[in-house]
Design a protein around this ligand. Structure first.
Ligand code: NDP
Length: 453
């Protein structure tokens, strides 16, 4: 790592204290960009990196609401408008008790490069709240989201900033958010993506992130003349991304063996078939139950409770071929990464954002397995959000096959861009460097074109 990058990271840490996830994301990207900055001094002169790590705007607000018992509750809302060099801010909203400024800044920062990789005109943003939808009634979720939108609405718009879902924000929450925005603005526009199909949503949007992560794995396997047929796969999480990852693995002839939530994980040695997946979707999306109930229902599955004091995650310690981390950030550390490699995993496609910590990333890169970082592998979600925006602008809706075909093309193109960028800088096979460099160049060149703003 060059002195310049070391100093830049030190400055980011000093200026943004107590934001470890943001430091981590900046460190990973900046490290990859050393070679680019050395060859292109213009980026240094124009202070592109210094500008890219500074959000264009941060909005933080109070979200008061009343629970079913009549108690007043107060949460904190955020929207990070990180970079609009190549299009309106675009990125999800996360509702989870762990949400804070640093986590959303890391997500918004990642989003800038990811959106650039999709080839679509979208800048980067992210937002959310420390509100926990778990255990809340539909009415409580509605009152919270309405209060959240009663502030957010003045900062967003179809040509300004277009939020979507993320952890804790699915179809139900997007519906309530959209309804409130429409009422406040008195306009029906494509201001959010992930909308219901009856009111402006795109086909394949719910499936897009999971399907895209599997399509990316397929592209990586192709470079070794292999397919997913017969491959054993470990999947973490059991929400939107995990569910459609399992569905696509099944469709392509692979077998998914695991799923998790924050309480524990299941290992199903017989594999998660279509019937079990339908049970899971009902359990998680309708009943809003826990993953343990999967093992109560299916005797082929074992349930393991999460042990917060453990130094590693046992989910990543099973023999398999591929891994699809699809829960949350930093769910794979160096021990987990070493366990995965030792157990024969040679494809890792990240559905979640930054699920592997920096030491874990180094293990994967050093072992030369096929390792795709989230900003490339999970870009299918935001890509189809971009397609939802296009359909809204044109006031028409494409069929399932058309959107799926476009998604597959975009994932292929992202894969090709990663390969091209890594090869151009002598880092063949390194998808981390490839994704960071390819994502950066388009944003950096656009920033130069637009002057010092
Ligand atoms: P969901 O809320 O639908 O599901 C999240 C899943 O991860 C749940 O099973 C949840 O368990 C688990 N999880 C969340 N936090 C933790 C934690 N701290 N420890 C252990 N398990 C946890 O979210 P998504 O599926 O939409 O998102 C999953 C990941 O994918 C996130 O990293 C997100 O940023 C990323 N992503 C999502 C996209 C999308 O289109 N939805 C697009 C691109 C990336 P529990 O119910 O117990 O909390």
């Amino acid at each position: 790592m060059s002195e310049y990058i070391k100093n830049l990271i030190a400055e980011v840490k000093a200026k943004n204290p107590a934001e470890p996830e943001f430091h981590q994301a900046v460190t990973e990207v900046a490290d990859s960009l050393s070679v680019v900055l050395d060859k292109n001094p213009e980026y240094r002169r124009k202070k592109i990196l210094e500008r890219i790590v500074e959000p264009e705007r941060v909005i933080m607000f109070r979200v008061p609401w009343v629970d079913d018992q009549g108690e007043v509750r107060v949460n904190r809302g955020f929207r990070i408008e990180m970079n609009s060099a190549i299009g309106p801010y675009k990125g999800g909203l996360r509702f989870h008790p762990s949400v804070n400024l640093g986590i959303l800044k890391f997500l918004a920062f990642e989003q800038v490069f990811k959106n650039s990789l999709t080839t679509l005109p979208m800048g980067g943003g992210k937002g959310g709240s420390d509100f926990d939808p778990k255990g809340k009634t539909d009415n409580e979720v509605m009152r919270f989201t309405q209060s959240f939108m009663s502030e957010l609405f003045r900062h967003i718009g179809p040509d300004t900033d277009v939020p979507a879902g993320d952890i804790g924000v699915g179809g139900r929450e997007i519906g309530f958010l959209f309804g409130m925005y429409k009422k406040l603005r008195n306009e029906f526009t494509g201001v959010l993506t992930g909308k219901g199909l009856n009111w402006g949503g795109s086909k394949i949007r719910p499936e897009a992130t999971g399907y895209g992560a599997v399509y990316f794995a397929q592209e990586m396997l192709k470079t070794k003349s292999q397919t997913l047929e017969g491959k054993k796969c470990l999947v973490s999480g059991s929400g939107n991304v995990a569910q459609y990852t399992v569905e696509k693995i099944l469709q392509l002839g692979g077998t998914a063996l695991t799923l998790s939530d924050s309480n524990g994980y299941i290992y199903d040695e017989a594999g998660i078939d279509a019937e079990k997946l339908a049970f899971l979707m009902d359990l998680k999306n309708v009943k809003r139950g826990r993953i343990k109930e999967y093992a109560d229902k299916y005797s082929t599955a074992q349930y393991f409770e999460t042990d917060p004091s453990a130094q590693f995650n046992p989910l990543w310690n099973h023999k398999a071929d591929c891994a699809f981390p699809s829960a949350t950030q930093n769910e794979i550390n160096a021990v987990d990464a070493a366990n995965l490699v030792r157990n024969g995993i040679y494809v890792v496609s990240e559905g979640a954002n930054m699920p592997t910590n920096l030491d874990g990333v180094n293990v994967f890169v050093d072992s030369k397995i096929l390792y795709a970082p989230g900003k490339a592998a999970n870009a299918g979600g935001v890509a189809v959000s971009g397609l939802e925006m296009s359909q809204n602008s044109m006031r028409l809706g494409w069929g399932r096959e058309e959107v799926d075909a476009r998604l597959q093309t975009i994932m292929k193109d992202i894969h090709a861009s990663c390969i091209a960028a890594s090869s151009r800088y002598g880092l063949e096979g390194n998808y981390v460097a490839g994704a960071n460099i390819a994502g950066f160049l388009k944003v950096a060149d656009s920033m130069i074109d637009q002057g010092i703003v």
